[in-house]
Design a protein around this ligand. Structure first.
Ligand SMILES: Nc1ncnc2c1ncn2[C@@H]1O[C@H](COP(=O)(O)OP(=O)(O)OP(=O)(O)O)[C@@H](O)[C@H]1O
Ligand SMILES: [Mg+2]
Length: 419
């Protein structure tokens, strides 16, 4: 293990390689002068951490409230507790911070490396054990883990809304939305929901082979003022992949109630707080309901095929969205049923649309029809080209940072913290 020195701390910034986003705030409890000096140099040279405060005694035994207050407001991301002065008091302090400030990660710092000492820190709620003299790599990795956990939490609090609209009927919009949703849920463990916004004849439930539920998405909107976790559950259907679905009405609805003002925005905002990804299967219509979703969404996928009428419609859709001030940057062109020998070339499509094709999904009719027939987007097509393609797309959207790295991390005692 290579200890951290003042020279190390002034090395070129590691920020780009770890891409942690915001700076992580740190408070130290009973951290010795030498370590605090090195941390200060590390903070200044890397910009990864910001030293917030240094508490010089273990106050917990006397007054736990005073201890938590002394850590500052807002509470720090990391609290470094030095165990070397008094291990027993340090363990109490760590435990108090762990239970009183669940958002704060507690790191033990110590020169002792025997298993009992490490286990004691672990039992008191420390998420990392940093051995003195401080090893730079160990510190950077521990901070990186905190950064990515925090990012994950932030993402969980606000789902990304991905809207799918065809340039005309039959382009494969429902196929792509259902399969991507199922892949996000199963292959990338993302808490995902699919909304079928077709007022009549929505197919999403059929494609997932789910018997349509008692209620549909429009009824949810009509009752938006009653929305809470229990009420939502009566609308949600769960696919075996883990994907949730709120279906379209069964058949055609002759007359629909006028939706309360703001119902759609309110409902989407509630759903955003409960999922990581919300996929919306929109009918190919330029109406106010669709526009409200598109204004609210993070990404609009315009699904088309290489046919003159479909491409012409995409051009019209882009023009319409431009006139409604929808930023071009959130619109992505998806070319479905792609084939090298398509009558219209990719270059011609991009020239007409003045926009690059974002994703090409291969034309594999028998495999896609089989998936729809069996209602299982993942199992049936695991080896097909179209599933590999969609899995790659789903990964670019939903793969968790460091998902591959986890498997490679050590399993030793210190490795217990790397979870
Ligand atoms: N990549 C693909 N390769 C081959 N066939 C496909 C592909 N994607 C979709 N299809 C087929 O195209 C047909 C229409 O698909 P889908 O119902 O998903 O389109 P849609 O745009 O949702 O249609 P609608 O306008 O009726 O809602 C289906 O039979 C489906 O099997
Ligand atoms: Mg459809």
């Amino acid at each position: 293990m290579k200890p951290m020195t003042a020279n190390d701390s002034t090395n070129a910034s590691r920020r780009e390689s770890f891409n942690l986003g915001e700076v992580v705030s740190v408070v130290g409890v009973c951290v010795d002068d030498e370590m605090w000096r090195l941390l200060d140099l590390f903070a200044g040279s890397t910009g990864l951490i910001q030293l917030r405060a240094r508490v010089r005694d273990y106050r917990s035994a006397q007054d736990p409230d005073a201890l938590l207050e002394s850590l500052g407001n807002p509470t720090p991301d990391i609290c470094l507790v030095d165990f070397d002065k008094d291990r027993h008091s340090a363990a109490i302090v760590a435990e108090r911070i762990h239970s009183g400030l669940p958002e704060t990660a507690v790191f033990a710092v110590s020169s002792q490396t025997h298993p009992e000492a490490i286990l004691e820190a672990m039992r008191s709620g420390c998420g990392e054990y940093l051995v003195k003299p401080l090893d730079r790599e160990q510190l950077v990795k521990a901070i990186a883990r905190i950064g990515s956990r925090r990012k994950e939490k932030q993402e969980q609090g606000r789902a990304q809304v991905l809207a799918f609209m065809g340039s005309k009927g039959g382009c494969g919009t429902t196929t792509l939305a259902t399969q991507l949703g199922a892949l996000l849920a199963s292959s990338f463990s993302r808490n995902s929901l699919l909304l079928d916004l077709h007022p009549d004849f929505g197919d999403a439930a059929l494609y997932l082979k789910l018997i349509k539920g008692r209620f549909n998405f429009f009824e949810l909107l009509e009752n938006a003022d009653r929305l809470d976790a229990d009420f939502l559950q009566s609308f949600v259907m769960r696919h075996s992949s883990g994907l949730d679905l709120i279906p379209a009405p069964e058949g055609s609805v002759a007359s629909r109630e006028v939706l309360p003002a703001g119902a759609l925005t309110h409902t989407l905002s509630f759903l955003r707080s409960r999922y990581e990804f919300i996929l919306v299967d929109l009918p190919p219509a330029l109406n106010d309901e669709n526009l409200a979703v598109i204004r609210d969404c993070d990404q609009l996928y315009l699904v088309t095929v290489a046919e003159v009428s479909a491409v012409r419609n995409v051009a019209r859709q882009l023009e319409y969205f431009g006139s409604k001030d929808i930023p071009r940057a959130k619109i992505r062109i998806i070319l479905n049923r792609h084939h090298k020998r398509n009558v219209i070339s990719d270059a011609q499509i991009e020239k007409v649309l003045q926009q690059e094709i974002f994703w090409r999904v291969p034309n594999q009719y028998p495999q896609v029809v089989k998936t729809i027939h069996e209602g299982d987007p993942i199992a049936q097509l695991s080896s097909s080209e179209v599933t590999r393609n969609l899995k790659e797309w789903a990964g670019s959207i939903g793969k968790k940072p460091g998902a591959d790295l986890k498997k490679k991390e050590g399993k030793g005692l210190l490795g217990l913290w790397n979870r």
